[in-house]
Design a protein around this ligand. Sequence first.
Ligand code: URA
Length: 234
Amino acid sequence: MNLESVLFSQGFGSRRQCRALIADGRVSVGGATLADPDADVDTNALTFEVDGTAWPYHERAYILLNKPAGYECSRDPQHHLSVFNLLPAQFAARGVQCVGRLDQDTTGLLLLSDDGQFVHAYTSPKRKVPKVYLATTRHPLDDAQLAALREGVLLHGEAKPIAAVAAHARGEHALELTVLEGKYHQVKRMVAAAGNRVEALHRERVGGLALPETLAEGTWQWLDEADLGALRNG
Ligand code: URA
């Protein structure tokens, strides 16, 4: 692939902007400046640098963000900052979108990708991907609430009750809840329907992929093949 196409595919601007970046000597490959936009480069395991910052080539972007509270899962946020403020601009430029949405006050594991099929697969209700949340509740948890969550609660606007795959108390006010759907405010509404209230919500896991403990809040990482496999096999 020529160098201009490499930069263009990775979200470094329009083709004209990519050509200019290269022609201005701001792009290097393997430690050497490459000023020819038409130079052929092998994209296999390629890392190039723009203005000294390394960027690994990824045909498709699959990333994981440890979302802090106060960010909306939208490129056009209404009342808060966007999660895209936490990511390099190249991601939005190449069409990366959130794989499902977390509320602005929810923290934890958020997937993003520019692979439309992947986004669709992991947001489709048919796929039934388990999502594990830790909810801090206002009132103490009790057996009746946990049983209601496991057996199913009827949410406003839904034809049938929705049951959690698992509901455990990890502490008096700490609820671990696993759900298969991704409905609007689902966990908050389920907990409310069971007679309690969510004060804070954190997503720990999607499929078999857990939020890495080493990933600081507000930071992101690329997903590798092992991560994508874990996600599929969860
Ligand atoms: N359920 C909610 O209520 N909010 C989220 O952000 C995710 C699941």
